[in-house]
Design a protein around this ligand. Structure first.
Ligand code: SF4
Ligand code: SF4
Length: 164
């Protein structure tokens, strides 16, 4: 699961090449003693941020959530009843070598985040994950019933083969 307010203590020694490198990362317990965990992680914690949002209660609230998800790389997830806006985007100061480019002046949130309880081994499991406006509409409809004035979900895709 994601940490709500996260940052990174990305160590200067970290050398892996991409945010997706953690997919093949060794297990935390298999890291040799004395090694820095970040060296084996694709800077996972520097590649997104997540912020708490109000739990949507009516169609107006869900319309805001739908608006979030009209933006690229945005998603919304829930964890233990709380709602979060997730934006998957690399920090602009994360170098191609996955080193922090502003290590000496990195924000406090990055300084506070330590490898001890970090998300290195987390499985990215959510209670709910909404990634598209259509999913929001569907979720809201299931919760609130049909929207007044009709659904704003797009029409079902038509078959490319014309009827004879
Ligand atoms: S998720 Fe943990 S191991 Fe990976 S870069 Fe962040 S602090 Fe280091
Ligand atoms: S400032 Fe540095 S440690 Fe913080 S998110 Fe950006 S690259 Fe990571």
């Amino acid at each position: 699961m994601l940490t709500k307010f996260r940052g990174a203590t990305l160590m200067p020694e970290a050398t892996l090449s991409s945010c997706s490198a953690y997919c093949a990362a060794p297990r935390r317990e298999d890291i040799p003693p004395g090694e820095v965990l970040c060296k084996y992680c694709g800077a996972k914690c520097c590649c997104y941020f997540a912020l708490p949002i109000d739990k949507p209660k009516d169609w107006q609230d869900f319309d805001y959530v739908r608006w979030y998800l009209l933006h690229e790389r945005a998603a919304v997830f829930t964890e233990e009843g709380c709602w979060y806006l997730l934006v998957q985007n690399r920090c602009k100061h994360l170098g191609d070598d996955n080193l922090c480019g502003i290590y000496e002046t990195r924000p406090q949130i990055c300084r506070d985040y330590t490898t001890e309880n970090c998300e290195y081994s987390d499985d990215w499991v959510y209670d709910h994950l909404l990634e598209t406006p259509e999913q929001v509409e569907e979720y809201a409809e299931a919760l609130l019933g049909p929207r007044e004035g009709g659904s704003r979900r797009g029409p079902r895709p038509q078959s490319p083969i014309p009827n004879p």
